[in-house]
Ligand binder design. Structure first.
Ligand SMILES: Cc1cc2nc3c(=O)[nH]c(=O)nc-3n(C[C@H](O)[C@H](O)[C@H](O)COP(=O)(O)OP(=O)(O)OC[C@H]3O[C@@H](n4cnc5c(N)ncnc54)[C@H](O)[C@@H]3O)c2cc1C
Length: 246
């Protein structure tokens, strides 16, 4: 593992968009490329929301990295988690696998999910970053329908059918739209004891620094129109209460 490679060796950490594009760009060079990723999936994160809304399954948006690399003979995959880099000695350490020497290194590890300073939400809410996240989200959505069907108390049914999305960017809005479609078109026939189409979906918009009030008001208006998020969106402390009540 530690022996010096015969040809120049380029190590690429991360097989997301960045890492995969790098491997493609290096395909014709007389070098060896080692792509290190912690799983064998190249995840198309853009469609995670459709998996959450039961429109797609996880396998539809996860491509095996080995099949991508099949077109690039100078590249191979090393499955593992990089937990250290020695830039002086030029090697990376990959957990129990050991160390791997490199001539050049590309780091394309992506980003981690951020709760925007509200880490306490993690205990109650699901993010949308890994392949597991939309599966959990879908389970909770459909679980809420199932629970609501068995309840007699109208307020309790209303509570179970209220979904709150935090973050009104592209992703939050797409997800809210997909949940809205799920409740209105896909599930009414399956949950006849309730009216899933009456579910309320509230998109909470973060006040983005630099976003002027007019634009914010416009986004709020569009969200309200699309997703029946009536009235003002909850503020941060109301949101904490709502999330804890879930
Ligand atoms: C829900 C969602 C929706 C999005 N929608 C859009 C959109 O509509 N349009 C758009 O342009 N962008 C969108 N994005 C952003 C886009 O997906 C990212 O910008 C893009 O995936 C970043 O690519 P990347 O290669 O930098 O990182 P990633 O695609 O995250 O890939 C990083 C890879 O590195 C691996 N890795 C990380 N650390 C290690 C380690 N220590 N050892 C080994 N492997 C490691 C990870 O497992 C992963 O495979 C969306 C993102 C999300 C989460």
């Amino acid at each position: 593992m530690h022996s010096k490679p015969a040809r120049p060796r380029m190590v690429v950490i991360g097989a997301g968009f960045g890492g995969s594009c790098a491997v493609q760009a290096l395909a014709k060079l007389p070098i060896d490329v080692v792509l290190i990723n912690r799983s064998n999936d190249h995840l198309f994160q853009l469609l995670l929301y459709q998996v959450a809304a039961a429109e797609l399954s996880g396998v539809d948006i996860a491509v095996p990295i080995r099949s991508i690399l099949a077109s690039y003979p100078n590249a191979k995959l090393l499955l593992g988690e990089v937990d250290g880099i020695d830039t002086k000695a030029r090697f990376v350490s990959v957990g129990a696998i050991g160390v791997l020497a490199y001539h050049q290194l590309i780091i394309a590890c992506g980003a981690v999910l951020s709760w925007c300073g509200n880490d306490q939400w993690a205990a109650h809410a699901v993010g949308l970053k890994t392949l597991q996240d939309p599966a959990t989200m879908r389970q909770r959505l459909l679980g809420a329908f199932k629970c609501a069907e068995s309840r007699r108390d109208a307020w309790e049914v209303k509570r179970l059918l209220a979904f709150i999305g935090v973050g009104g960017g592209l992703n939050g809005v797409e997800l809210a739209g997909a949940i809205s479609e799920l409740t209105r078109y896909s599930r009414p026939q399956e949950y006849r004891g309730i009216r899933p189409e009456e579910a309320r979906i509230v998109v909470h918009l973060f006040r983005v620094i630099g976003l002027c009030d007019r634009i914010l008001a416009y986004i709020q208006w569009v969200s309200a129109w699309l997703f029946h998020a009536r009235g003002a969106c909850p503020n941060d402390s109301e949101l904490n209460g709502l999330l804890q009540a879930q």
